[in-house]
Design a protein around this ligand. Structure first.
Ligand code: SAM
Length: 258
């Protein structure tokens, strides 16, 4: 997969894209990342990328022409391509969205600044707008990095352990269970005994039940999307959790429909 980032602050990406999983994925050619300076495509002596808003008001608006020229200069790698504008007005980003993006051959992420971009650019060239949350950042660069990171870890081979993304929070409408490592006692707190038992079935059951308990306590809305196997339903019944899970799932489904 290829991801292209368009920004007026390309240096913003230098360190985050050269560390950890993204760096390894780039080295292994699992992902190819292109960084493009929108200013390089602005005309005039001052290479202006923004101008005052028509109709007056505060701030500046990113001009459509440099954005368009920069987008046109992005090499196409063929295949399924998506042009995404990072914007607080966009569709909320989620793990589901990350999975959908990971199914593309090329993502082009456009980072806004100032008050945002000229609407005509979005209308003509942008496939979708994406928001990373209900708050306003100073620019789209952090949001583009969030999307890049979440997508990258879903690409085959990007993570050290092949199936760890499948067991991450949200992958199954559940939050991840608690995790522990050495030492077995820390600050008078002991690791749950079952995790030291060597009984794989008991460990799997404990983790599943903990996942469900955590999700019920913190994100019951997620349970609306949870499909349980017969065995899992039996386990939850034995733990006295099935009725709560079913109630939360129903409430979540009604919330989604409302
Ligand atoms: N005036 C705009 C508004 O109220 O919707 C906010 C503009 S913001 C200061 C500048 C840029 O940051 C946006 O064009 C967008 O690219 C990016 N940005 C800010 N918040 C974001 C968010 N929650 N998700 C994605 N991008 C965001």
């Amino acid at each position: 997969m290829r991801i292209d980032l368009l920004s007026i602050f390309p240096d913003f990406f230098t360190t985050p894209l050269n560390e950890g999983i993204i760096r390894r994925a780039r080295q292994a050619q699992i992902i190819d990342i292109g960084i493009h300076n929108i200013r390089d495509h602005a005309e005039g002596r001052h290479q202006m990328t923004d101008d005052r808003p028509y109709g007056g008001g505060e701030g500046m608006v990113m001009k459509a022409e440099p954005l368009t020229a920069c987008l046109r200069a992005v090499p196409s790698c063929g295949g399924k391509r998506r042009v995404i504008l990072l914007s607080p007005r966009g569709v909320p980003f989620s793990q589901e969205q990350a999975l959908r993006y990971a199914g593309h051959d090329q993502l082009i992420l456009i980072c806004g600044r100032y008050e945002g971009v000229d609407e005509r650019f979005s209308e003509r060239f942008v496939d979708e707008e994406c928001s990373i949350g209900d708050y306003v950042l100073s620019g789209g660069e952090l949001a583009a990095l969030v999307v890049t990171d979440a997508v990258c870890r879903l690409l085959p081979g990007a993570l050290g352990c092949a199936d760890s993304a499948e067991r991450d929070s949200f992958s199954r409408s559940l939050l991840k269970h608690n995790q522990y490592t050495r030492p077995p006692v820390f600050a008078d707190l002991e690791v749950p005994a079952v995790l030291l038992s060597g009984d794989h079935a008991a460990v799997a059951r404990h983790r599943f039940v903990e996942s469900v308990r955590l999700t019920l306590a913190r994100r019951p809305d997620l349970l609306a999307g949870l499909n349980l196997s017969r065995e899992e339903r039996k386990t939850l019944k034995e733990e006295g959790l099935l009725a709560q899970v079913e109630y939360a799932a129903m409430a979540g489904q009604m919330g989604r429909q409302a």
